[in-house]
Design a protein around this ligand. Structure first.
Ligand code: UD1
Ligand code: CA
Length: 471
């Protein structure tokens, strides 16, 4: 095939979303809607995609420029006068030597590369027909343009939903909005479009009827699951459900066990033999290593879990890193820049933030460890708090290798506890502790023999006196 260029239409208002943000930026499985059709078009054989933007165009351009770099360029459509008018705006950016143009809509996230390849192959195999299009039959055709055929079953046009006659309304073959056209035909056809229809718009779909007169239309059947358009939030939810099912299937076939009910973004990587339990949500740039186990209800965002680590139920990780064979949770909260070393343990109700825990260190119960560094093999007792914030600045707590912090201690940062040091239970540590020292920072205990008996007598008498005075 001579040079193939893609055009993606993404300027529309998306009114039916009832949203302040542009439709094509609504997320599906962790990426904006428009990411998927652009990615599919660029994998289908086009080296370059011209994206037509309008509503929220700065944000759309910023995202796509970041994701696809030089492979995308942008044409602006303003005002938005229909899909045909949108395609017109792309024409100046289509190189003169382009032979074919594959046109897709930015709101069809489930489009698969294979369908676009078949479409383009069909177009180039039939050079006399200037337009090839996908078609499919759906159970609920409402909202879609319908395919019109003649008595010989040849495609003769597309009728938009709002322009249907009563008789046509029953047609269940629809236009998914994916075309491969000869570039010369596209230029000429767009120049001749008119807007005499129910919406007063320039319909790209009118090119189908024009193509019939100029040599014919090649129709390529596709599966409805891959072709649905997203116009409202109900369709957004359905499309996301299908997308997630696809992602889970891909990861399962790559060798990980994923239980029903896990939700995994398209941006996540899961290696073989990992086990992802039900109710787990994996988002963003998360990577789960080989054989790692992510237990029920964990929410992991932008984090790396190294091979063999175990996140026990209901742990929440954000921009954190968990080393090999480490154990986290249940109910642990690793906040940004937490780095948990190999075989380290972070137990229930422990919160870490910007804290490095070196190999085999442990904080097994109820702790806040913010802005810290915890040496290899150190043990942090239950109820320990790193008092990192003075209301103005954050300060660091450093715990040496093999140090032992007794339960219910507060370490008032900045403070350093040396290697092998021991902090007595219930201490408030405000000064550095030398290596191998014992620090105790609490009131000394005093016992008063027999005092409890006397105290009870006094308290009981006071109660009786109070009751008597009320009469
Ligand atoms: C369109 C098709 C319909 C098809 C359906 C498939 C037309 C006239 N209709 O209808 O036949 O069955 O898609 O999903 O083409 N857009 C612009 N500028 C505009 C208008 C739209 O860039 O002025 C973009 C939108 O951002 C969107 C895409 O084009 O990504 C489709 O627009 P939309 O309004 O959703 O068209 P449908 O009514 O779904
Ligand atoms: Ca649509």
């Amino acid at each position: 095939m001579s040079q193939l260029v893609a055009v993606v239409l993404a300027a529309g208002l998306g009114k039916r979303m009832k949203s302040a943000s542009p439709k094509v930026l609504h997320p599906i499985a962790g990426r904006p809607l428009v990411h998927y059709p652009v990615a599919a078009a660029l994998l289908s054989g086009a080296d370059h995609a011209v994206v037509v933007v309008g509503r929220g165009r700065e944000a759309v351009e910023t995202y796509l420029g970041g994701a696809f770099g030089q492979r995308v360029s942008f044409a602006t459509q303003s005002p938005q006068l229909g899909t045909g008018h949108a395609a017109m705006q792309a024409l100046p950016l289509i190189p003169a030597d382009a032979g074919y143009v594959v046109v897709v809509y930015g709101d069809t996230p489930l489009v698969v590369v294979d369908d676009l390849r078949r479409l383009c192959a069909a177009a180039s195999a039939t050079p006399g027909a200037p337009l090839a299009m996908l078609t499919c039959r759906v159970a609920a055709p409402g909202g879609y343009g319908r395919i019109l055929r003649d008595t010989n079953h040849r495609v003769i046009g597309v009728r938009e939903d709002r322009d249907l006659s009563e008789a046509e309304r029953g047609l269940d073959e629809v236009n998914p909005g994916m075309y491969c056209m000869r570039a010369d035909f596209l230029r000429e056809g767009l120049g001749r479009l008119e807007n005499r229809n129910a919406q007063g718009e320039y319909y790209l779909t009118d090119l189908v009827e024009m193509a019939v007169q100029r040599g014919g239309v090649v129709d390529v059947p596709g599966a409805p699951d891959n072709l649905v358009g997203v116009n409202d939030r109900a369709q957004l939810a359905e499309a996301e459900e299908r997308m997630i099912a696809r992602i889970l299937r891909r990861i399962r076939l790559e060798g990980a066990t994923i239980r029903q009910g896990a939700v995994i973004d398209d941006t996540v990587e899961v290696q073989a033999d990992a086990v992802i339990e039900t109710g787990v949500v994996l988002r963003g740039r998360t990577r789960i290593g080989e054989g790692a186990r992510i237990d029920v209800g964990c929410v992991v965002t932008d984090s790396i879990v190294e091979p063999g680590a175990h996140l026990k139920p209901y742990s929440v990780l954000t921009s954190a890193r968990v080393g090999r064979a480490a154990q986290i949770g249940p109910f642990a909260h690793l906040r940004p820049d937490s780095v948990i070393g190999e075989e380290a343990h972070v137990g229930n109700f422990v919160e870490t933030k910007k804290t490095v825990m070196h190999r085999k260190s442990k904080a097994n119960h109820l702790a806040y460890l913010g802005d810290g560094e915890i040496g290899e093999g150190a043990n942090i007792g239950a109820g320990t708090i790193f008092c990192n914030y003075d209301g103005y600045q954050k300060h660091k707590t450093t715990i040496g290798r093999g140090a032992f912090i007794g339960s219910d201690s507060q370490l008032v940062a900045p403070v350093v506890v040396g290697d092998g040091a021991y902090v007595g239970t219930g201490s408030t540590i405000t000064k550095d502790v030398p290596a191998d020292a014992l620090a105790i920072g609490r009131a000394r205990q005093e016992n008063k023999e027999g005092y409890a008996t006397r105290l009870r007598g006094r308290l009981a008498a006071a109660k009786e006196a109070a009751a008597g005075s009320k009469g």
